[in-house]
Design a protein around this ligand. Structure first.
Ligand SMILES: NC(=O)C1=CN([C@@H]2O[C@H](COP(=O)(O)OP(=O)(O)OC[C@H]3O[C@@H](n4cnc5c(N)ncnc54)[C@H](OP(=O)(O)O)[C@@H]3O)[C@@H](O)[C@H]2O)[C@@H](O)CC1
Ligand SMILES: Nc1ncnc2c1ncn2[C@@H]1O[C@H](COP(=O)(O)OP(=O)(O)OP(=O)(O)O)[C@@H](O)[C@H]1O
Ligand SMILES: [Mg+2]
Length: 360
């Protein structure tokens, strides 16, 4: 469990959120509000960051600031799950796990002793000689290994560096079902989106699912779900329709401006980040969404709070993560210019958050 806040803190935050997320729109006539709602509304990401980031309380024990698990990492990709998992820790989670294939595990462990790495996923080539029954046993074992941890996690990140092996993806679809059964929120990114685009029912109508597509992943989702092409002219409305069509999941469409919708509202974050487009920045984002969503979820569990759809933990988590990533990318770029890499941005997460929410 995450830290609880005093009722006065909660009240202040509630008033603050109403101002931040609704602003003067609450006083506008209905017709004007309806017109505005067809477009995206710029989110005040720094205010949301201040609202959801818990204070550092010496009474808290290990785990209360968040336990995140990344499901990803295979023969090809070891960087992506590492970026997502280490970003979660650098932002402030207490524990970060990675569930990956046996090949990827020693590599990911060698990047950092901070991560708890489970070498449990299997790809088809390791079981190619097995009978159908033996394959089913392997699948049960994989699911069992994740299931024994599931209830402890505050959020999963499914997909960074997962690869597209059919057997592995079949196991991951069962992991998604387990997460839903235990009401554990999850962020779907990278190859997790490849899986979900081909099996939308895996996430449909699960309010604790967040999808974080990049330009390609978004295009595939729109084609599959809305049966049309991406419409840049009406980007906000199209994103809202997509999220609604998938039963109100939250979607963060990454790009020059990050657009976020849960089928009801559309928010945008366009704080200046970095002109470097090196790979891995989306992985930082997915780890960040998981942490901020967990923190916002904790605020929501306070009985004195009355969350409106516009302040759902998933929406707040997306706004906060997008704002922080962009701020850290800007800072890393001032230091490293053309040589800015994803690891440099990760090193700037702490300083960027400190600037907005000082630790003491
Ligand atoms: N270090 C690691 O381990 C990392 C591993 N990663 C993992 O890799 C897996 C696959 O994810 P992905 O993002 O590479 O696949 P996808 O989205 O299909 O893009 C493929 C190609 O699409 C193009 N393209 C991209 N943007 C475009 C644009 N704006 N407009 C137009 N075209 C655009 C561009 O191709 P180009 O034609 O330029 O060569 C690009 O190369 C996934 O598991 C992910 O987590 C990454 O997280 C990175 C760090
Ligand atoms: N054209 C852009 N200008 C400014 N920022 C951008 C631009 N495109 C993406 N970003 C920022 O980079 C973040 C990652 O988006 P990107 O499209 O690179 O994801 P991705 O392709 O999934 O990354 P990864 O390489 O980790 O898979 C976004 O949240 C956004 O803040
Ligand atoms: Mg990506």
């Amino acid at each position: 469990m995450l830290v609880k806040h005093s009722s006065s803190t909660v009240l202040r935050r509630q008033q603050f959120l109403v101002r931040t997320l609704c602003g003067s729109r609450t006083h506008l006539p209905k017709l004007i509000r309806a017109t505005m709602s067809s477009k995206s509304e710029a989110a005040d990401a720094e205010s949301v960051l201040r609202t959801v980031t818990p204070s550092l309380d010496p009474k808290r024990h290990k785990g209360q600031a968040g336990k995140i698990a990344v499901i990803g990492g295979c023969r090809e990709y070891t960087g992506a799950p590492y970026f997502a998992a280490i970003s979660a820790l650098k932002i402030g989670a207490d524990l970060s796990h990675v569930f990956c294939t046996k090949d990827a595990a020693p590599v990911i462990k060698s990047y950092s002793p901070e991560l708890i790495v489970h070498p449990v996923l299997e790809e088809s080539y390791t079981i190619s000689q097995f009978s159908e029954e033996e394959k089913r046993k392997v699948e049960d074992k994989v699911i069992g290994e994740v299931d024994k941890w599931m209830e402890r996690f505050d959020c999963l990140v499914i997909g960074p560096g997962l690869g597209r092996d059919p057997f592995l993806l079949e196991c991951v679809s069962k992991i998604m079902l387990l997460a839903k059964k235990s009401n554990v929120p999850f962020v779907v990114d990278g190859d997790g989106l490849f899986l979900v685009t081909n099996s939308i029912d895996l996430v449909k109508s699960y309010p604790l699912a967040v999808l974080t597509p990049n330009v390609n992943e978004y295009k595939r989702l729109v084609q599959k779900v809305l049966n049309c092409e991406v419409d840049e002219e009406n980007a906000g409305d199209q994103l809202r329709s997509l999220a609604k069509q998938i039963g109100g999941v939250t979607i963060l469409r990454k790009g020059k401006t990050d657009l976020i919708s849960n089928g009801e509202i559309v928010k945008s974050v366009s704080i200046y980040g970095s002109p470097r487009r090196c790979g891995g920045q989306g992985d930082i984002l997915s780890g960040g969404v998981a942490v901020f969503l967990s923190w916002a979820q904790q605020l929501k569990s306070d009985p004195e709070r009355n969350f409106s759809p516009s302040e759902s933990p998933a929406i707040l988590g997306c706004i906060a993560a997008s704002g922080l990533l962009r701020k850290a990318a800007a800072l890393a770029f001032t230091k490293h210019k053309r040589s800015t890499l994803t690891s440099d941005i990760i090193e700037c997460l702490g300083e960027s958050l400190e600037d907005i929410c000082p630790a003491s």
